[in-house]
Design a protein around this ligand. Structure first.
Ligand code: FAD
Length: 382
């Protein structure tokens, strides 16, 4: 383990500049807003997991915070929202690199694979096209070169209230200010924040594009930890990975334990003929989080009749929002214009817009209808 104090990797410069513009506040010129944390670089997965397993009970030291590409973590550090006293850099772990077919006929993607690698033409088999499109639609080229898939799934919400230091349960406060009527903002949720729901009282949405695509593709997140002197792994379906619950620290937005690392994402085999796609609506074409997005995967029965389908929305809830009722309705139906239109109508049933997010209802309705119609048109011409 290489340890350095106050090592400045200088990796978050663009992220910090962009985040500053996004929030209308100048970046911290010193780059050391909260004092420099102790820095250590893990050389092996075993070493990294053993350090995370140590934890406060074993050593008296706080558990280190994992650093991958740094595009989210260092931005939050510079904004005083996260102030780790120890960083554990996993960015060079060979065990978390690379992607390719797995023994079960699916596709395994290491947690350190960057969004640029995922977006590269031909890097993923055609059935997983939604993931390539989601990665390509994320952030900017420079950020995608550093941003890892594992970090993308573990990033914090982009809620302006959280990032600006306003009351927020993600920061340990007893309530969120972002769902209040006077907080009207276009980022707000339309699903999952009502009474009795996990996101009750929080208006934030999950920021990840890849997470939405992975939900529609039926992926699993592989987690590893150090237990009884060896690596223990478990897999969690992406659907269950995101809690949709605003909680400070870990477990927070995901079910990952504090001593676990995301080691890979595993895509299931997707039998032909199937197709997937990702559509993202932004208020400008680059460097924006989704106002709303949709990932769709369809396996065709002859027709084109929908044999199997998974639909997930982004930008509408604190987790990728699965449209299971719409999926059930679509199964066995011929997908034409009328069916696609009706699916759009059904997609917004139960929507509960907040003061600033009413426009998302119409966006979702049109996005679902248009995307399904396009998938049907593509199937008809191939
Ligand atoms: C200006 C800007 C625009 C952006 N736009 C988009 C967008 O449009 N769409 C989108 O999806 N994302 C967007 N992002 C988010 C970006 O994709 C993420 O910041 C990035 O993917 C995080 O990856 P990282 O490797 O840099 O993670 P880091 O910043 O290093 O880490 C992020 C978090 O994940 C944890 N972590 C990292 N790796 C692991 C692991 N293997 N196991 C367990 N925990 C881990 C860290 O401890 C930290 O809590 C944007 C970011 C910025 C700054």
């Amino acid at each position: 383990m290489r340890a350095e104090r106050g090592s400045e990797r200088g990796t978050a410069t663009e992220a910090d500049r962009m985040a500053a513009a996004e929030h209308g506040v100048p970046p911290d010129p010193s780059g050391t807003a909260a004092g420099a944390p102790a820095y250590a670089r893990a050389r092996t997965l075993e070493e990294a997991l053993a350090v995370l397993a140590g934890g406060p009970a074993a050593t008296g030291d706080p558990r280190p915070v994992v650093l991958a590409g740094g595009t989210d973590l260092l931005t939050l550090w510079r904004r005083h929202r996260r102030q780790p006293s120890r960083l554990l850099d996993i960015g060079r772990l060979d065990a978390l690199q690379g992607m390719g077919p797995d023994a079960e006929g699916g596709w395994r993607i290491g947690a350190l694979v960057t969004l640029s690698e995922l977006a590269r033409a031909g890097a993923l088999p055609p059935a997983y096209q939604a993931l390539a499109e989601a990665a390509a639609a994320s952030a900017t080229p420079a950020l995608r070169n550093r941003a890892t898939l594992g970090g993308n799934l573990e990033q914090r919400v982009r809620c302006w209230h959280y990032r600006s230091g306003l009351p927020c349960r993600f920061a340990g406060d007893d309530h969120c200010s972002c769902a209040a009527p006077e907080a009207a903002a276009p980022f707000q949720a339309i699903f999952g924040h009502g009474p009795g729901e996990p996101g009750e009282g929080c208006g934030a949405v999950h920021p990840s594009d890849p997470a939405v695509a992975l939900t529609a593709l039926g992926a699993e997140v592989e987690l590893a930890r150090w237990e009884a002197g060896r690596i223990t792994r478990r897999r969690v379906p992406v659907d269950a990975y995101f809690t949709g619950r605003p909680t400070a620290g870990a477990p927070g937005l995901t079910v990952r334990r504090p001593d676990e690392l995301v080691t890979a994402v595993v895509l299931p085999p997707l039998a032909e003929p199937s197709a997937s796609t990702y559509r993202k609506v932004m208020d400008r074409r680059v460097w924006q989080f989704a106002l709303v997005s949709l990932a769709a995967w369809v396996r065709w029965a002859p027709g084109p009749v929908v044999g199997a389908v998974r639909l997930a929305l982004g930008g509408v809830a604190l987790k990728p929002w699965r449209l299971e009722a719409v999926e059930a309705w679509l199964r066995g139906r011929a997908l034409d214009g009328a069916t696609a239109w009706e699916a759009g109508e059904r997609a917004v049933e139960g929507a509960r817009p907040l003061a600033g997010s009413g426009f998302k209802v119409e966006l979702v309705r049109s996005l679902v209808a248009d995307t399904l119609q396009d998938l049907a048109d593509r199937a008809a011409t191939t």
